[in-house]
Design a protein. Structure first.
Length: 58
């Protein structure tokens, strides 16, 4: 794992990342996978998941 976010802004769907690891190192160019979980509010507690990929090219 390179980095993990906990998004708690209910008014914005954006999250910014400076492309650094948890050890404050720049990430290397390459292909990265991401996994997003959205936990529903209320009593339902449903979980929605999205998996995708992105490339860093320098």
């Amino acid at each position: 794992m390179v980095y993990e976010f906990e998004h708690d802004d209910e008014f914005s769907g954006n999250e910014w990342w400076d492309m650094r690891t948890v050890n404050n190192q720049e990430i290397a160019p390459g292909l990265y996978l991401y996994h997003i979980e959205k936990i529903g509010s209320g009593n339902e507690g449903t979980v929605e998941e999205v998996v995708g990929k992105f490339a860093v090219i320098r």
